[in-house]
Design a protein around this ligand. Structure first.
Ligand code: PDD
Length: 281
């Protein structure tokens, strides 16, 4: 596998960053994961726009002008012969002697791009069964709207899910409300067929898959509410699903051992998944 690191394309085993990279020492960086389907980057513009926003919220300089980054993404895909899978983009504040405050003068940000092939049939098989989700307290910092590489709470949540035979963990705030998944956005469908997902604010990541799905929902004239919902309401829902660049629309069959609907992937989730790529740009 070939990685892009600060201007060079190298075999992944030789691609390195300094031990004084602020991403490594302080988690001072951001990332994006963009799906690739049949050689096309799905919703690339939205991913690049979100990357820009994450960088600007943390006052990290742009490593490349957006057009150039786009070319690097394509080059990494080509060099790795990835047609289906994803590209990973990571930008950190750069390399400097360890100090919490920003380096003065500012250093050049570090940019790493990698790609990974994934067989789309795997997601299809998972979606045909539906996934299990567990619930856990949301112990993240108060700015999950920034896509930072500080993922320790998410790592622990996904590990706990895995140990319980689940795919994802839904994170519950102090009021008993579901914010989002550890690596995906959370959705339910109520008895009157209203699709519900957490409103955009600082307590969730504004998922690109979420945004595109909202376009699809609007185009189909389906009922939608962007509001908070409790874990209790989720367990009574007729359907539940998650969205993310690597999962697309993925039906949820059970939450904490409570079966959702009839325990099979819901009709709405299944139909939205099938139509998703027609709406992605
Ligand atoms: N995760 N919420 C969180 C906390 C996420 O980490 C992600 C994405 C999402 C969904 O966002 P999007 O639709 O833009 O992928 C929501 C990526 C895939 C990851 O960390 O691997």
């Amino acid at each position: 596998r070939i990685a892009y690191v600060n201007g060079r394309y190298l075999p992944q085993g030789q691609a390195t960053v300094s031990i004084e990279d602020r991403g490594y020492q302080l988690g001072d960086g951001v990332y994006e994961v963009c799906e690739v389907r049949a050689g096309v980057l799905i919703d690339e513009a939205r991913h690049l726009a979100r990357l820009e926003r994450s960088l600007s919220e943390l006052r990290i300089a742009q490593p490349l002008v957006p057009g150039a980054l786009s070319l690097v993404l394509r080059e990494v895909l080509t060099r790795n012969k990835v047609r289906d899978g994803y590209v990973y983009v990571q930008v950190t504040r750069g390399v400097a002697p360890r100090d919490h405050a920003f380096p003065v003068p500012a250093v050049r940000p570090s940019l790493v791009v990698t790609a990974k092939a994934i067989d789309p049939a795997k997601g299809t098989a998972l979606a045909a069964k539906g996934i299990k989700v567990i619930s856990l307290p949301d112990i993240r910092w108060k700015r999950p709207d920034i896509k930072t590489i500080n993922l320790l709470p998410n790592v622990l949540a996904r590990q706990a899910a895995k140990e319980e035979g689940a795919y994802e963990a839904w994170l519950i705030d102090a009021d008993g409300m579901v914010t989002e998944g550890a690596a995906s956005n959370a959705w339910i469908v109520t008895a009157d067929k209203t699709i519900v997902t957490h409103q955009v604010d600082q307590s969730i990541l504004r998922g690109v898959t979420r945004t595109t799905l909202l376009d699809l929902i609007a185009a189909k004239g389906l009922r939608l509410e962007e509001r908070r919902f409790s874990l209790e309401e989720a367990k009574r829902a007729t359907e539940a699903f998650i969205t993310g660049a690597t999962t697309l629309v993925m039906p949820v069959a059970a939450i904490d051992d409570v079966v959702i609907g009839d325990g099979k992937p819901g009709a709405l989730a299944t139909s939205l998944r099938a139509q998703f790529h027609n709406f992605a740009k």
